[in-house]
Design a protein around this ligand. Structure first.
Ligand SMILES: *Cc1c(COP(=O)(O)O)cnc(C)c1O
Length: 396
């Protein structure tokens, strides 16, 4: 009997079943490769939903984390520490935003952005308390808190979890007319994933992001980009919005911000928005802690010093081209930017993911019929070529 069976039984007995994982029990990982408890190796084609863009157990991030662990890990924001300020400055230097507000998980950063946008709205527009509106998109994924699932269009995210927070209006993703029609005097923000990841790697029509940004600017509405999955190099640019030269008013990042070591997320914006927060308005015990900040700085350094954004652009174009040439009766569309590809099938994607698993590739279906390919951005051409060969074999 394989070792895996024991761990799967423990999971299924003692852990809540809120995911439907592939039955691979990972024990170790390095770079693009993970090894299961039975010693079988797999190429990771999901990258923990783009959290390990820098590769598993990246040695530079690990060293920074170990060094910081030996100094101080948590002060709480009741005191200051010598890591948060330098990390925030680094984020400003890299992204051009004047300030950041550090949190832990992605959902927390989205919640923080919602609060920031509302506060900005009440301070800048004649909106009565309790009336602020934020426009969101159909098919969105922004996390799992009760407020966030409340404006999801996915029934399974919401069923049995209401009542939900009011103040959100949904428009079809990528529909500029619907967005224009939804803006009212009470609108404070438009929250959007520039590419929808969980939605199935959905890319809006070219020009939409730029038009939406302009529409928001014309109407004094904040353009809020959730770049938690699409940002930090995944699409071949630092942010997915960069493909249309859109500078969002608020950017939300997480996942790869810590390269998979530790939850670190951030809201980026200028002082006119984040400067509105006063002591007592918002907080988190772990938010901005020195361990997370040290890890985040190292993770950002790796992204830039190792040229991962460029690698994603170059190898992503190559990967998409190769996948498009696969002759298969099952593939209906291939979408993507950088090392982030959604392959839509005319049938269930899960059996193909299971077949790829047998051949040593880990990927996961998103929705019923889309396979998402998103290897760590440190991947090199030989591994990518091997991976493409296996995908070809499974699909044709
Ligand atoms: C993963 C994700 C989130 C939520 O992040 P968590 O760290 O899981 O809370 C929010 N938005 C997008 C676009 C994501 O991909």
């Amino acid at each position: 009997m394989s070792q895996s069976t024991t761990f799967i039984e423990l999971d299924d007995t003692y852990s809540a079943h809120n995911y439907h994982p592939l039955d691979v029990v990972v024990a170790e990982a390095e770079g693009v490769w993970v090894t299961d408890v039975d010693g079988k190796r797999y190429l990771d084609c999901l990258s923990a939903y783009s959290a390990v863009n820098q590769g598993h157990c990246n040695p530079k991030i690990r060293d920074a984390m170990l060094a910081q662990m030996n100094r101080v890990t948590l002060t709480s924001r009741a005191f200051r520490n010598d890591q948060m300020g330098p990390f925030s400055k680094q984020l400003s230097d890299i992204t051009g935003y004047e300030m950041s507000l550090l949190m832990n998980t992605g959902a927390e950063a989205v919640e923080t952005a919602i609060k920031a946008a509302r506060k900005w709205g009440y301070n800048n527009k004649p909106i009565a308390q309790g009336d602020a509106e934020i426009i969101v998109c159909s098919g969105n994924f922004h996390g799992r808190t009760t407020t966030i699932v409340g404006f999801s269009s996915e029934a399974s995210y919401k069923q049995d979890f209401g009542p939900f927070t009011p103040g959100f209006v949904e428009v079809p993703y990528g529909d500029i007319e619907a967005l224009a029609a939804a803006i009212t005097p009470n609108t404070v923000g438009f929250l959007i994933e520039p590419i929808q990841g969980e939605g199935g790697v959905i890319i809006p029509q070219e020009g939409f992001l730029a038009e939406a940004k302009q529409l928001c600017a014309d109407n004094q509405v904040l353009f809020i980009a959730d770049e938690i999955q699409s940002g930090l190099g995944r699409t071949g640019k630092m942010f997915a919005c960069d493909h249309e030269d859109v500078r969002a008013d608020i950017v939300i990042i997480g996942k790869a911000l810590s390269g998979g070591f530790y939850p670190v997320s951030a809201v980026l914006a200028d002082k006119s928005i984040l400067g509105l927060f006063q002591p007592g308005d918002h907080g988190s015990t772990y938010g901005g802690n020195p361990l997370g900040a040290a890890v985040g700085m190292a993770a950002m350094n790796v992204l830039i010093e190792d040229g991962l954004v460029q690698n994603s652009a170059e190898l992503g174009t190559y990967l998409k081209g190769r996948l498009e040439r696969i002759e298969s009766d099952h593939v209906t569309e291939i979408r993507g930017k950088g090392l982030w590809i959604g392959m839509e099938l005319n049938t269930a994607a899960r059996p193909f993911c299971e077949a790829l698993q047998k051949r040593g590739i880990l990927c996961k279906e998103t929705h019923y019929n889309v396979i998402r390919f998103a290897p760590p951005l440190v991947i090199q051409k030989p591994d990518l070529d091997w991976m493409i060969g296996e995908i070809e074999a499974v699909l044709s």
